[in-house]
Design a protein around this ligand. Structure first.
Ligand SMILES: C=CC1=C(C)c2cc3[nH]c(cc4nc(cc5[nH]c(cc1n2)c(C)c5CCC(=O)O)C(CCC(=O)O)=C4C)c(C)c3C=C
Ligand SMILES: [Fe+2]
Ligand SMILES: [Fe+2]
Length: 331
């Protein structure tokens, strides 16, 4: 029986232009999972402020990190999927498995990935959202989209998904290996800052487990690296709007660290599976500058897991039970 595995990332514009960014932001920020502000108020903000004014500014930011004709998020996500497909074909030659990269927003949509896999004969599907920490704003949005697509099908295939992997030992080990490699090459900084994408504080108060997942990832990584409490910190980046988001904020934390006299820090973004605007432009661009402007000397950004061997190994571990599961549940 042929199977399909779909890796799902957030999405990214097709070009670093205001028009392409507007299309992406419109779809992304219209999702009620992402923004829970009352509809009428939010649509006014989105159409009168964000799309006209933010899109050109964000397009300029994308231009700084664009890789020839593709965004880093798409480039590394696709290379990760291709690497995993190759390794699985070698390790499981008897299995017939097709792989796809899909995005919650923009191209290639989850809908098209499902259509293609079913058309190629897949009878069972596995979805792996590339969000280690569960949040309703990201993970639940993937689930919504999968079920929305299947609601149009009469004959729904067997399907499953992975909800989160924030404390999976292979994920923690992959992060730890990346940091150790960075230290071996550049020496250890005075502090390791783990910066996670933020969400509004209210979401957590209403039951989103994201903050707990981030704290568990950070504590497990600090333990794997044998760090004392004064050698690492956790913070939240990429705040949008005026409401309070999870604290401490990354920009304020980095400024305070520089002003307190720290000269050399290592900064990583464990919530991002692959490099993107928020890691390359916001953290290694903007936040990097804040550190230097406030007296810091070396802000050393630790790359995401991207398409590394250890990330491919992690993805195979996370898909293992699906790959090895008996093809028919009751046979
Ligand atoms: C209300 C807004 C947002 C929430 C909540 C949010 C949560 C969230 N996002 C990611 C991962 C990524 N976000 C990225 C870009 C991005 N995020 C928001 C807003 C919210 N995110 C915006 C408006 C943007 C676009 C850029 C901008 O206008 O600043 C990206 C990068 C995409 C790329 O093309 O590179 C990622 C990845 C997570 C993990 C998360 C909650 C846990
Ligand atoms: Fe985001
Ligand atoms: Fe940002």
């Amino acid at each position: 029986m042929k199977s399909g595995i779909v890796f799902v990332n957030l999405g990214t514009p097709t070009a670093p232009t205001p028009a392409a960014v507007r299309i992406f932001l419109k779809q992304f920020l219209s999702d009620r999972r992402v923004v829970e502000v009352p509809r009428i108020i939010w649509l006014c903000i989105l159409y009168l402020i964000i799309l006209p004014f933010r899109a050109p500014r964000v397009a300029r930011a994308y231009r700084q990190i664009w890789m020839n004709d593709i965004s880093p998020l798409r480039y590394f996500s696709q290379r990760l999927v291709d690497g995993v497909a190759k390794q699985v074909a070698e390790r499981y030659p008897q299995q017939d498995i097709d792989f796809r990269l899909a995005m919650t927003y923009g191209q290639t949509s989850i809908s098209v990935a499902i259509e293609e896999l079913l058309a190629s004969g897949c009878e069972r599907l596995f979805f792996l959202p590339l969000f280690p920490q569960y949040s309703a704003t990201t993970t639940a949005a993937v689930h919504d989209e999968i079920t929305r697509v299947f609601s149009r099908y009469r004959d729904i295939p067997q399907w499953s998904w992975l909800r989160s992997y924030h404390d999976h030992p292979v994920y923690i080990d992959a992060l730890a290996q990346t940091v150790k490699k960075h230290w071996a090459e550049s020496g250890q900084g005075e502090l390791l800052l783990m910066s996670f994408h933020g969400i509004p504080k209210r979401n957590v108060e209403l039951g989103d487990p994201y903050q707990q997942h981030c704290e568990e990832t950070a504590a497990a990584l600090a333990k794997a690296l044998n760090l004392n409490d004064d050698q690492w910190q956790l913070s939240y980046q990429s705040r949008l709007g005026k409401a309070e988001w999870l604290q401490p904020y990354t920009d304020k934390t980095v400024i305070a660290l520089a002003q307190s006299g720290l000269k050399k820090i290592d900064v990583m973004c464990p919530a991002f599976a692959v490099e993107c605007l928020e890691t390359l432009e916001e953290i290694d661009g903007e936040v990097h500058e804040y550190f230097i402007e406030n007296g810091g000397e070396a802000f050393r950004y630790v790359a995401c897991l991207n398409d590394s061997e250890s990330h491919q190994k992690l993805m195979i571990s996370l898909s293992k039970s699906f790959i090895e599961e008996k093809n028919q549940l009751f046979s």
